[in-house]
Design a protein around this ligand. Structure first.
Ligand code: PA5
Length: 439
């Protein structure tokens, strides 16, 4: 088995096309590593994996053990960068049907990543009367979606178990000093973990934001971080390969990157990737639009568009070497379904042929294809993948000429929502938006 992720661009670009952007990529990497570029106060993630200590791990493992010991459910409350990393890693490593199986430790569920009234109702209905704990995560400590969810579940937990139990089963992960959540945690006496000032939400999965929920779900955070350290120390070849390829394709008019997987457990990894690249690069009316598909499922829905729609896309296939389990297709004497030609093969062999066939078909259809391979879906290789995507994102953003570490655009909807909700302080904006709606 390989021991590292690989990036292969042979079905996307000629060697000379890659070479043409080499200097630009090296310059962008230098700007990133020297901290001399835009957004350089948000580079805390760059050397984060190697700076996590055994003590840090131990503290999180202890907190996780407490929640695992006391709770049937742990509700992780957060949105965006305070949600997607943990969700991606937990989904990638979990049994697909863990929710329906009685297992070891609590079920980790998520809230605060939407404002769905029925979603919240159903989740409250599920945990009512059961032992549950809460991990509430918000860097700013003021985000509306998680604040609503936390108010609801905090009240429920306190009514159900009393303030004392609640206090010991709520952990807040937030800024060291600022924000409503910090104030609330101090007043109520919750255990807290700090999100470093210099790590933005979408780069925070290897801080307690991701690591604590992942540990609560029962996964090995030391192996995850060790994988990230491997890429921090020795991943530049892969980082540059990916950053160069996607910028070269963008310059050729490929404005949309589709991240495709053939591994159902990676669905949320792609959701995390979309936030990482979308929020980092979509600025100044520039940027590759990050999209994702789950194959072979979406070959039966989006396949036509990819094969034959407008030629503005390229595809990056995230390919997994080994599955965790083997399922062999049985022989059937009558062969009424005509499947005996693949009898005796394991299911993943068929999936791999679908993957190769799809890549070749899409290349023939004018969709350049990048391939990222990971040896298996384990803590170590997911850790590698996380750091690889993060660093490639920094390099790629600088190559594109944007600040990859801010997100001014995400405030626009909030301003309108607060104006419509008549939040104190938004009186002028409320008036203006009402007038706009009436005209
Ligand atoms: O990447 C980002 O900065 C955002 O997606 C945030 O993570 C998201 O809005 C949640 O913010 P907060 O952690 O402050 O509640």
């Amino acid at each position: 088995m390989n021991d590292k992720i690989q990036v292969i661009s042979k079905y996307a670009l000629q060697e000379q096309e890659m070479q043409a952007l080499n200097d630009a990529a090296m310059a962008a990497k230098q700007v990133l590593e020297s901290g001399s570029g835009a957004g350089n106060d948000f580079l805390g993630w760059l050397h984060l994996p190697s700076s996590i200590t055994g003590q840090d791990m131990e503290a999180m493992e202890k907190s996780a053990a407490i929640l695992r010991g006391h709770c049937e459910y742990v509700i992780c409350i957060g949105i965006g960068g305070s949600y997607l990393g943990a969700k991606a890693v937990i989904d990638a490593l979990s049994d697909h049907f863990a929710a329906y199986k009685t297992g070891n430790g609590p079920k980790v569920l998520f809230a605060g990543s939407n404002i769905g009234e029925d979603y919240l109702y159903d989740l409250m209905d599920l945990v009512r009367g059961h032992k549950f704990g809460i991990i509430v995560i918000s860097k700013s400590g003021t985000t509306t979606e998680p604040a609503i969810a936390f108010r609801l579940f905090k009240e429920m937990l306190e009514k159900q178990e009393g303030k004392e139990f609640a206090k010991h089963n709520i952990i807040a992960i937030t800024d060291a000093r600022r924000g409503a959540l910090r104030g609330l945690a101090t007043q109520e006496g919750y255990a807290t973990y700090v999100i470093p000032d210099n790590v933005g939400g979408r780069f925070s999965v290897l801080t307690p934001v991701g690591l604590l929920p992942i540990a609560v779900a029962g996964f090995d955070i030391r192996a995850l971080v060790a994988g990230a350290v491997e890429m921090e120390k020795d991943g530049d070849e892969q980082v540059l390969g990916y950053a160069i390829a996607r910028n070269a394709l963008y310059q050729q008019g490929k404005k949309i990157e589709i991240l495709a997987n053939f591994t159902p457990r990676l669905h949320f990894l792609a959701e995390w990737w979309k936030q990482l690249y979308g929020e980092s690069e979509g600025k100044g009316h520039k940027g590759i639009f990050p999209a994702s598909v789950d194959f072979t499922t979406d070959l039966h829905s989006m396949g036509q568009m990819i094969q034959d729609g407008e030629r503005t896309i390229f595809e990056t296939v995230l390919s997994v070497g080994d599955q965790q389990h083997e399922v062999i297709i049985p022989t059937d004497e009558e062969d009424l379904d005509g499947l005996n030609y693949i009898a005796g093969k394991n299911v993943d062999y068929v999936n791999k042929m679908a993957e190769l066939g799809t890549r070749l078909a899409h290349v023939d259809g004018g969709v350049p294809n990048l391939l990222i391979t990971i040896p298996a879906v384990t803590e170590r290789f997911i850790g590698q993948l996380i750091y690889f995507f993060e660093k490639a994102c920094g390099v790629s953003g600088y190559m594109l000429g944007v600040n990859p570490f801010d997100q001014p655009g995400v405030e626009a909807y909030k301003k309108n929502m607060f104006a419509l909700l008549e939040k104190p302080g938004y009186e002028e904006a409320s008036k203006a938006i009402r007038e706009k709606l009436n005209n």
